[in-house]
Write a protein that binds this ligand. Structure first.
Ligand code: HAM
Length: 438
């Protein structure tokens, strides 16, 4: 029994009392991204395993240790997406979007799956909001993207996230950097974990973001990539900073950011919070000029970022940020008897179709229990309908907060209720803005 009443480790439910928070942040992010020219793309939750091996990189922790990979009934190796970039780029190639006007700018909201050790801010199923800008090589694109993330945080009212940036160069300058890393880590080879001993030969940069504490400690004194940038990469990085300065976006340079995925080139960045524990990176991204080509397409310099929704909500909660509340029930219709129930269905259907949140009894409760329920759900008005009211053709609408009752002729009820409700809303607004009643 426990198996079917307990969610899988590292997954979490969003209950109705909280889902408005997710909706609010997701709507805000999509809306702000649209202002920057990003439009939503939706891709499947699973892809061919090879896409992630080639895209994310087969020496990364994500591919080597964390993917949910299985064989489907047709014998294909399938993987639940560990991130959103590879799928977006695959769709860009498959649908020939590179033939359209560039850059193509896409945004997405996706669930992602990584077999990691669950802890605060680290889940096995988590959600990302991400954007990808495909076909923009200029430093202004890097700054635009960072500006978008900055505006999202600002719009959500989040303070105190620090933006850290770095450049990890291009394949050219990385050659000399890799040689320097190899020589540094070779001196510590026997202390490295088995995976990093292998990485030392294939991709020494990956040792820098190994999650093993011993490797992490050794990596602390490793040479940093900024010292090895070629002229073009250096110029690009300087220009990104000049754009950020022009946009008045505060940042610091953290030469230790290398990111955990293989596709990055040049600019990388993270927005970090120190309020939510060890998993403080809320947003991460960067440029990936070689990825489209790596996946079989033309050379199309590109970049993007993704932001973890669960971590974002942790930060918002820790900063006591208020979320707009969903519309509460405006009218509860309590009924006694068959005829009243039919009339209640009719009224509720009309008002709901006109955008008013209305509830009625669907549990066969006593009148007393119905009124108690109306109180619990915070109904603004109640209407009690019985044979008496229906025969008389007069309904009594009660405003719950003031207790004020208004008698309304049955055939004018819908119209009068809508007017009353709208007037009520206006007086709320008047109060909100501190205006005198007319
Ligand atoms: P990432 O840094 O692996 O980058 O993930 C981006 C964000 O997803 C992280 O900053 C974090 O907020 C959230 N995240 C990652 N893993 C977990 C987890 N196990 N539990 C909860 N949240 C998590 C990417 O995925 C890249 N695709 C970003 C990108 C897009 N780069 C270019 N375009």
């Amino acid at each position: 029994m426990a198996l079917i009443t307990k969610a899988i480790k590292g997954t979490q439910d969003v209950l109705p009392a909280c889902s408005h928070e997710n909706q609010f942040v997701e709507d805000t992010m999509l809306r702000v991204a649209q202002r920057y020219g990003f439009h939503e793309i939706r891709t499947p939750v699973f892809e061919h395993t090879e896409l992630f091996q080639r895209g994310v990189g087969d020496t990364t922790d994500v591919v080597q240790k964390e993917m949910y990979t299985f064989e489907d009934k047709g014998g294909r190796s399938i993987t639940l997406r560990p991130e959103g970039t590879a799928g977006a780029v695959r769709a860009f190639l498959e649908h020939g979007l590179f033939n359209e006007a560039l850059p193509q700018k896409v945004s997405y909201l996706t669930s992602c799956y990584r077999y990691e050790k669950p802890q605060a801010g680290r889940l096995r199923e988590f959600h990302q909001f991400g954007v990808e800008c495909l076909g923009a090589a200029e430093p202004s694109a890097d700054a635009e993207l960072i500006g978008l993330a900055h505006t999202i945080f600002e719009t959500l009212g989040i303070a105190d996230l620090s933006l850290e940036i770095n450049s990890i160069g291009c394949p050219n300058c990385r050659k000399t950097y890799h040689a320097a890393l190899k020589s540094y880590f070779s001196a510590h080879e026997s202390e490295l974990c088995a995976t990093c001993q292998e990485r030392l030969q294939k991709n020494p940069m990956r040792i820098l973001d190994c999650k093993s504490p011993v490797c992490g400690q050794i990596a602390e004194n490793a040479p940093v990539v900024l010292g090895y940038l070629c002229d073009d990469c250096r110029k690009h990085f300087d220009a990104v900073q000049a754009h950020l300065d022009a946009m008045l976006i505060p940042y610091s340079i953290n030469p230790r950011i290398v990111r955990g995925l293989d596709y990055y080139t040049r600019t990388v960045f993270e927005f970090v919070s120190n309020e939510i524990g060890a998993q403080g990176t809320v947003c991460g991204g960067g440029r990936y000029d070689g990825l489209v080509e790596e996946l079989g397409g033309p050379h199309i310099p590109s970049l993007g970022f993704a932001l973890g929704i669960e971590r974002l909500l942790l930060v918002m909660h820790s900063q006591n940020i208020e979320f707009p509340q969903p519309d509460a029930c405006m009218l509860y219709i309590a009924t006694m008897g068959e005829r009243a129930a039919l009339e209640a269905s009719s009224i509720a259907q009309s008002l709901r179709a006109s955008d008013f949140p209305v509830e009625l009894d669907t549990c066969g409760r006593s009148l007393k229990a119905q009124m108690k329920y109306a109180g619990k759900i915070g109904a603004q008005y109640t209407l009690v309908l019985g044979d008496n009211e229906i025969e008389k053709g007069v309904y009594a609408l009660k405003e719950m907060a003031s207790g004020e009752v208004t008698e309304i002729a049955a055939d004018e009820f819908l119209e009068t209720f809508i007017e009353t409700a709208i007037l009520g809303m206006e007086s709320d607004l008047r109060e909100m803005f501190g205006l005198e009643e007319e």
